[in-house]
Design a protein around this ligand. Structure first.
Ligand SMILES: Nc1nc2c(c(=O)[nH]1)N(C=O)[C@@H](CNc1ccc(C(=O)N[C@@H](CCC(=O)O)C(=O)O)cc1)CN2
Ligand SMILES: Nc1ncnc2c1ncn2[C@@H]1O[C@H](COP(=O)(O)OP(=O)(O)OP(=O)(O)O)[C@@H](O)[C@H]1O
Length: 180
């Protein structure tokens, strides 16, 4: 646990330095587009701080006729819910500086989860915020494809894993599409 905390600090510093300089957007790999089809529910996220902007992947999903969703968070302890994200819908302020759909918006089950990362490694292990929101979401939707989204600078050599950690299926960065 302490290990993960120290690695988060390293990766957040690398991420902040990366976005402080000019950088390309997240790449849309043809292998991501190949996963998309009309009617699939793709959960994305609204980036905060120096997080990677998943916008290009969202656009590809909308172009393919997918339905978009966003996580809705109440606090650290409460599992997140994925709510329908109508294009141009008004988002409301949530905890942690997040923008999210209002809590009355319809809940959906994601087929693909675009997952914000604090850090990742080549073996598709990830570090998030440490509140367990995505760990619990992956347990709740085991059939959903887990796609990490991060800047290339957030890659670490090795991320330690705990029994509850599910590896990602793929990671989209500004320069790579990483799979097993
Ligand atoms: N953009 C985005 N949306 C997201 C997440 C995320 O990581 N990023 N989540 C991921 O689970 C969920 C929200 N859960 C969160 C849990 C804890 C913190 C948190 O502790 N934030 C720190 C700042 C960390 C930083 O600078 O990177 C804080 O508020 O002190 C944030 C979000 C769902 N939505
Ligand atoms: N299925 C689950 N149900 C309840 N709690 C869980 C579950 N999976 C993980 N947790 C808890 O969530 C926390 C996750 O901590 P960890 O440091 O691994 O987060 P993380 O890897 O940064 O991932 P996340 O993005 O999900 O926060 C741990 O306290 C763990 O006990």
């Amino acid at each position: 646990m302490t290990d993960k905390t120290a690695l988060r600090a390293i990766a957040r510093a690398a991420r902040a330095a990366f976005v402080a300089a000019p950088h390309p957007p997240i790449r849309v790999d043809a292998r991501f587009v190949a996963l998309l089809s009309s009617g699939l529910v793709v959960a994305s996220y609204v980036p905060i701080g120096a997080e990677a902007d998943p916008g290009p992947l969202e656009q590809a999903a909308r172009d393919a006729g997918c339905t978009l969703a966003l996580p809705h968070v109440v606090d650290r302890a409460t599992p997140l819910r994925f709510l329908h994200w109508e294009q141009d819908a008004t988002l409301v302020a949530g905890p942690f500086g997040l923008r999210q759909p209002g809590d009355a918006v319809v809940e959906v089950a994601p087929d693909i989860v675009l997952t914000p990362l604090v850090a990742f490694d080549r073996r598709l292990n990830r570090l998030g915020q440490g509140a367990g929101h995505y760990d619990r979401a992956f347990a709740a939707f085991p059939a959903a494809r887990r796609i990490g989204v991060a800047w290339s600078a957030q890659m670490l050599d090795t991320i330690p894993t705990d029994p509850w950690d599910a590896p990602l299926d793929a990671i989209a960065t500004d320069c790579d599409w990483i799979t097993a």
